[in-house]
Design a protein around this ligand. Structure first.
Ligand code: TRP
Length: 367
């Protein structure tokens, strides 16, 4: 490979600051003219979406859609088979994820929702893209490393090693220029830009084209601090510590009642010394649009019981319309059928166009 790009360094402090700066500039540009932007982001269908997803990404996606950004959402079903075991049939998880998307306000008329397994031309981009990366580069990718560590010592599959390239295909096939993601995904975006840049360097543009085949997509970083689960650990479905969008108000109350706090009665917002209490205060603040210090002061000597009761009420109130909509969608499977059919059709059209351009640039057109 002619250029040496160190993907590991993409997570050092300076690169992170740079990513934050670019992200802030992109936000300003969106506010000025959203029509210049196409966002692509998505999720692995591993289980129901929860409060962490809601504040960390879903809410922001809906806001971008409403600002007029062309929104593309990939349901990364092939990525699920890279490493982890998930609960339940893929079909139910994919449809459940699409249901969560529509329930929170993603509009299938304007947004394109598609499972990437259904877009052959997107997946085919893996072949030319794989020729542009080295195995050493992939082995150094911090996200691949941590996924591998999380898989409990199972040998690394070829798909896990190359999944950043697959993610590049998810992003580049539709020529997205913005990708709303968490910091953990920054190395993938760097890898995606490297693929785009090397493709252009090696093959240039198709004849007569004004622009390079692929844009250089930028990350749009979430401003919400990552929330902990009700046990004070990282929020994760397998730990049973999440508040899911699809839960009933009673299930929500039960889970929050069991939330870990501490032995100090007086409620204060002190993330460094009282992480569990601070986390509940952050959820309450986010759900009510208030400041965590202010909600802490109001509760004061009311203690953890009052805090939990208020969090429960606020979360249930916030999710009430979303849950009502979710129930409606579940009662009418045609809603999801139609949303996916539309999304798959749009994504296939786009992927076929892009693959044609790629073949033209590579001189792989024969008839
Ligand atoms: N890898 C992402 C995750 O683990 C999901 C994903 C797949 C994604 N393809 C993407 C995110 C493209 C952003 C852009 O959550």
């Amino acid at each position: 490979m002619s250029e040496t790009v160190n993907l590991e360094s993409s997570m050092d402090a300076a690169s992170l600051r740079r990513a934050e700066e670019i992200s802030a500039e992109v936000k300003e540009a969106i506010a000025e003219d959203a029509s210049r932007f196409r966002m692509l982001t998505g999720d692995r269908p591993t289980g129901r979406l929860h409060l962490g997803h809601y504040f960390g990404s879903l809410k922001n996606r809906v806001a971008l859609q409403e600002a007029g950004v062309d929104s593309w959402l990939v349901i990364a079903d092939y990525q699920v088979i890279t490493d982890r075991d998930s609960v339940g049939e893929m079909q139910d998880r994919v449809r459940g994820l699409a249901t969560d998307y529509l329930a929170v306000g993603i509009d299938p008329e304007t947004a394109t929702i598609f499972p990437h397994s259904q877009i052959p031309e997107l997946n085919e981009l893996m072949l030319p893209f794989l020729s542009l990366v080295t195995d050493a580069e992939l082995r150094r990718n911090p996200t691949v490393k941590s996924e591998y560590e999380a898989s409990g010592g199972r040998p690394m599959s070829g798909l896990l090693l190359t999944y950043p390239v697959h993610q590049a295909a998810d992003i580049l096939f539709c020529k997205a220029n913005i990708v709303p993601v968490g910091k953990d995904q920054l190395p993938h975006l760097e890898q995606t830009r490297v693929v785009a840049q090397r493709f252009d360097k090696r093959y240039g543009r198709p004849k007569g084209a004004k622009r390079p085949v692929f844009p250089r997509p930028q990350a749009l970083l979430s401003e919400t601090p990552s929330l902990l689960g009700t046990d004070g650990q990282k929020m994760s479905k397998s730990r049973g510590n999440t508040i899911e969008i699809a839960m009933t108000p009673d299930e929500t109350a039960k889970r929050l009642k069991k939330a870990v706090t501490d032995s100090e009665r007086h409620i204060t917002y002190d993330p460094a010394h009282r992480p569990e209490v601070a986390n509940l205060l952050e959820i309450l603040a986010l759900a009510t649009g208030r400041d965590p210090n202010a909600v802490a002061e109001d509760i004061g000597n009311g203690g953890a019981g009052t805090l939990k009761a208020q969090v429960t009420e606020a979360v249930n109130e916030m999710f009430a319309p979303i849950r009502a909509r979710r129930t409606e969608i579940e009662a009418d499977p045609a809603i999801i059928d139609n949303a996916l059919a539309r999304g798959i059709e749009r994504a296939r059209d786009q992927a076929a166009d892009t693959l044609r351009e790629v073949h033209e640039a590579m001189s792989m057109t024969y008839l």
